[in-house]
Design a protein around this ligand. Sequence first.
Ligand code: AKB
Length: 326
Amino acid sequence: MAKTIKKILVTGSVGQIGSELTLALRERYGAENVIATGRKTKPSDALLRSGPFYFINVSDMDSVEEMVKKHNIDTVFHMAAILSAVGEKNPQLCWDVNMNGLYNILELGLKYNMTRLIIPSSIAVFGPGIPLNNTPQETVLKPTTMYGVTKVAGELLGDYYFRRFGLDVRGLRYPGIISSETLPGGGTTDYAVEIYYKAVEQKRYTCFVREDTALPMMYMPDCIKATMDLAEADPSKLKHHADYNLAAMSFSAGELAASIKKYIPEFVVEYKPDFRQAIADSWPNSIDDSAARNEWGWQPSYNLDAMTRDMIEKLTARHQQGKLYG
Ligand code: AKB
């Protein structure tokens, strides 16, 4: 019989995914049973009002262990990470947060005999040598960024703790995530979020990747659903553990701009690629996620136009109230 999830710790709860995931977990498991944590950034009022919040440093074992002991944690959603673009500016910090943070979570999972650990990975695990279209679950993993290196090592570590110690570690390779609530912090796919904000605010955007750059992407409601579905999936059905390919849609920056123009016809985009272009070029155009579909029933709901409609409606309403950025 699989153990059940009762008391959850969310690391990185102030981040783009963590902030919305924490609210969804609180709905599902009860506000007091979801302990939200962050490193430095001030949490939003919505997050603070919704349940307990603490500052911790995931690279510092004592600070994480104190939370685990104090709140009897049996499940961790480990969302704290330094993303690809910031990771290239500060590779040492990226290694420290992503590797030492993950190692601490895995060791505490063992020590406190935890039910489940959810440790996100990313399309950043891929690099030169992959088939760029419909990149398969099993392929060469030679990332060129420090973020990608830490994500490959994280997947291998997660699988190791499962095989060697029987710890129930699960992870997804997130595509670029697009959302309307919390801005992403320092990734290569950030342009796909910024473009909506600028379209609503200024009707112009300068995009830091080329018009023909295509990447796998996903809307936040699908990302939250995938994360919670995997966490609750029947362990006897899972053949993979820390490395599920996950997909919803793929489009180029030009196709994204064209989708926005359907709602804001006067919208104008300029393309001025910077250092993030090389990172984007090393990642897949699209992903084969049939393992996720077959093993735990993954099925996305949003395509590009459905996402654009929802993003523009939400951001326009906030902009009209003078609260576009919260
Ligand atoms: C990034 O761009 O670094 C992230 C990711 C794809 O993991 N959004």
